[in-house]
Design a binder for this molecule. Structure first.
Ligand SMILES: [Fe+2]
Length: 204
């Protein structure tokens, strides 16, 4: 697969942290850790690849406070170095349903970028890495990994509802069940700190 090494991906995230520091960096590390923990339980997935894909899914945010545009900028950032399989995640992680209208934030893309996303979503068939990062993105807060329902609420509180919100929630819950079935136990059994983060035990 065309993905950077762990060392290279940390170099990228450190660069992005220098241009746009914020909670999204901790969130990205938590997605990476969660993805690796689940992938390690799957015979057909590689934990290190999952870690890299998780760490870089939001890399488009290196440009600053961007919304829909972060998918295209992340794709371009990774494609310029030939990392095709990491670049696809920069797009697919935001579309649990392959339809541009599901994006919850505001559209800050050019017409050309919107056309690009639409075409991309039309031709893509999600593999288990796409699904894994979609799942892990939706259980990962900056503070740690939590119960999915808490993270879904967190996203809606920041970006609001749209006509696709309920459909998206159903899809995310399906992904949770898909991976729980795949590994033969609840995904939460292989993730650390879920209870503490969900109930905010470190609340100050
Ligand atoms: Fe994310």
């Amino acid at each position: 697969m065309k993905v950077p090494t762990i060392e290279k991906s940390i170099e990228y995230i450190n660069y992005a942290k220098s241009t746009n520091p914020g909670e999204w960096i901790d969130h990205s590390y938590n997605v990476a850790i969660a993805a690796r923990s689940i992938a390690n339980e799957c015979s057909d997935l590689d934990g290190n690849i999952a870690y890299v894909l998780g760490l870089l899914h939001d890399i488009g945010r290196h440009e600053g406070r961007v919304q829909l545009h972060h998918t295209v900028s992340g794709y371009n950032f990774l494609m310029k170095d030939g990392y095709e399989d990491a670049a696809r995640i920069a797009i697919t992680h935001s579309f649990v349903i392959p339809d541009i209208r599901v994006y919850g934030g505001k559209s800050d893309c050019t017409e050309e970028e919107i056309m690009f996303i639409k075409k991309y979503l039309n031709k893509v068939t999600y593999n288990d890495y796409d699904k894994l990062i979609q799942l892990c993105d939706n259980i990962s807060l900056p503070e740690g990994v939590c119960l999915m329902e808490k993270r879904l609420l967190d996203v809606v509180m920041r970006y609001g509802f749209n006509d696709f919100t309920l459909k998206k929630w159903e899809k995310y819950l399906e992904l949770r069940d898909y991976f729980s079935n795949k590994i033969g136990k609840s995904i939460y059994k292989v993730l650390e700190g879920v209870v503490e983060t969900t109930f905010d035990f470190d609340y100050k």
